[in-house]
Write a protein that binds this ligand. Structure first.
Ligand code: 16G
Ligand code: ZN
Length: 542
């Protein structure tokens, strides 16, 4: 109690965070690092309860992904690599906001009420506390890890429990998901050599595919590391790459993670997707060469975007929609016709998926497509629920493929060697920029196509995504997978009128939703011309 009290006192009196309302959302807590002490304390407390509840390792990832360098954040990772269950998100949110109240007794009461509700019917006495932490390269990340370490050391003393606290240092978010899952499945309590385990699992199969290949359409892969953790991890990979294959050359760009101010600045997946332009370090001449392939990771390497320039210097964005469709096409091409008669292959997208990608999936690929709410866990859930092989991607480059035993059994029965090698590249636990990169490159190799041919599969509808600052974004309530608003009243009717104006194309679509990561609402529109997109955006903004 003394420890909790002294920690509480030092946090509650902090004027920087007392005016904040904390919400543990789709990506955990995320904000300016100076405001994060209370959310971190709450994250440690919930992780403590969660490890007692599960009796297994729980991970804490310290990262703010594609946000600017001064931000940071946390999310917890479940024993098998999933995200915190929704029912516990409200617990951690209440704990954080109760610290802010400035009354130790109120906080303690809130914590005990939550602890007894969350842990009711759970025998916590024979369970150890098992924590795994990892962090991205941000300047503030080390300070935050140190707080976690102190917290769990103090917990040992308070609760007289044994604590197994493993710090994996600077790792990508998907690597931390991977290792937490591995500890759980193999009941391992000692620290692994994480990069080695991770690369053995996914990199060796990629090398095997490369070395068997006879592809001819591209020679070099440029990877923009956003000056973040991708650079730390891929540097190690690049070295062994050179010794293992001569089938593809790899060049890393934007690798200066030591200069904290450069993280995600003018580079990285989010920059490329949002601005639809080349990142720092890639010249137009380089990007026009069809023998080069380009991709950008985000700040914690869980998202990836590919791109190229065509011969007229037009920017060709190969985003999450393009990756999902390419993977879908690959599965169809590499299986006999009757393969999918008794197992289901399908794609999950969000409202942000380009309308023409959805038409391509249903009309050309003739696959089932489902729409999910924004946030990887929603897409992941829908892919598992609806399909035996479920491909899910957000347009922003976040996604992966999941498959079940039915598929694996059939793969073996049919003796499909190429596809069997290919599925080893997939990190089913979570969207992972590095493994997604292997997946996409392997497909391009197996289909023997380059970025330009990939881009020519369909044409995106012109579109734009803008932000709008509103007094209270919680007033914006959606339904129909965020494609329509139920509140504020009347707003959806106005949007419908704008979209169906007499000279508007049939393909025009627009929706508004509150961001889960920033204090804004987002407005998306697509139509058959950019003029019409802008006209719609202007009207909806009004
Ligand atoms: C979070 C989500 C990401 C989503 C984004 C939307 C996870 C791990 N991350 O970063 O998938 O695209 O939020 O942000 O789920 P928004 O709500 O601000 O539009
Ligand atoms: Zn990310």
């Amino acid at each position: 109690i003394d420890y909790l009290k002294s920690t509480f006192n030092s946090l509650a009196s902090n004027p920087i965070s007392s005016s904040e309302t904390f919400v543990y959302g789709t990506s955990g807590f995320r904000m300016h690092n100076e405001k994060l002490d209370i959310p971190l304390f709450a994250t440690c407390l919930i992780t403590f309860l969660r490890t007692l509840y599960c009796g297994e390792f729980i991970g804490i990832m310290i990262t703010a992904s594609h946000n600017p360098p001064q931000d940071n954040g946390f999310k917890t990772i479940e024993p098998k690599g999933e995200m915190l269950p929704q029912s516990w998100e409200k617990y951690v949110t209440s704990i954080a906001n109760s610290v802010k109240e400035d009354q130790f007794d109120t906080f303690l009461n809130t914590f005990f009420v939550i602890a007894s509700e969350a842990l009711k019917d759970v025998d916590i006495y024979n369970k150890d506390i098992k924590i795994i932490v990892g962090r991205d390269t941000r300047e503030s990340s080390y300070r935050l890890v140190t707080f976690c370490k102190q917290f769990f050391n103090s917990v040992v003393k308070i609760f007289q429990k044994s604590v197994n606290f493993i710090d994996y240092g600077v790792v990508t978010t998907p690597q931390l998901h991977f290792i937490v899952r591995k500890h759980t499945l193999l009941k391992q309590s000692n620290k692994y050599d994480l990069p080695k385990e991770y690369f053995n699992e996914f990199f060796q199969p990629f090398i095997n595919i490369l070395n068997k290949s006879t592809h001819s359409k591209f020679k070099k892969l440029y990877i923009d590391c956003a000056n973040g953790v991708g650079a730390v991890q891929l540097n190690q990979l690049k070295e062994s790459f050179k010794n293992k294959t001569d089938k593809l050359e790899i060049e890393l760009i934007n690798t200066d993670y030591k200069d904290f101010s450069k993280l995600n600045v003018d580079c990285g997946a989010d920059f490329v997707k949002t601005n639809q332009k080349l990142p720092q370090g890639v010249s137009p001449a380089l990007a026009m060469n069809p023998e080069n392939l380009f991709c950008s990771l985000d700040g914690d390497a869980d998202r990836i975007i590919f791109y190229a320039l065509d011969e007229n210097s037009n920017f060709c964005l190969l985003d999450g929609d393009r990756m999902a469709t390419l993977i879908g096409e690959y599965f169809i091409k590499k299986t006999p016709k009757n393969f999918w008669e008794d197992i289901k292959l399908g794609i999950v997208q969000t409202a942000y998926a380009n309308g023409n990608s959805t038409s391509y999936i249903t009309e050309e690929l003739k696959l089932d497509v489902k729409c999910a709410k924004t946030g990887v866990k929603n897409l992941h859930h829908d892919a598992v629920e609806n399909f035996d092989v479920g491909i899910y991607f957000e347009a922003n480059g976040h996604g992966t493929v999941i498959f079940n035993d039915l598929f694996i059994t059939k793969l073996k029965q049919e003796n499909l060697t190429e596809l069997s090698l290919f599925v080893n590249l997939i990190n089913q636990a979570v969207g992972d920029a590095i493994t997604d990169m292997f997946v996409i490159v392997a497909i391009l190799i197996h289909l023997d196509i380059n970025a330009k041919t990939w881009f020519s599969k369909y044409t995106d509808l012109p579109n734009r995504l803008v932000k709008c600052v509103v007094p209270d974004r919680t007033q914006f309530k959606t339904f129909d997978f965020e494609r329509q608003l139920s509140k504020p009243e009347g707003l959806q009717d106005s949007i419908n009128q704008i979209v169906s104006a007499p000279n508007s194309s049939k393909k025009t679509r627009s929706f508004v939703r509150a961001s889960g990561t920033e204090d804004v609402v987002r407005i998306y529109a697509e139509s058959s011309s950019m003029e019409s997109v802008d006209a719609v955006i202007t009207e909806v903004l009004k």
